[in-house]
Design a protein around this ligand. Sequence first.
Ligand SMILES: [Zn+2]
Length: 63
Amino acid sequence: MDNTWRLVVFADECDEWGNCPICEIDYADCDCPGPTQEDEYEYQTVGDCLYARPLNGGDDGIS
Ligand SMILES: [Zn+2]
């Protein structure tokens, strides 16, 4: 699993059709981390931006 930090997309950043500004597909279908997924992601704030990465993305090393 990819464990790089990715920009969190907030629902209110979506366009008038409800599409993600990064993926340009429906926010519900896109793969971007949201701001309330503490079960799945850890978060860090860099400047004014919130980034997330998967909690299980690195350490167990089982493939
Ligand atoms: Zn997206």
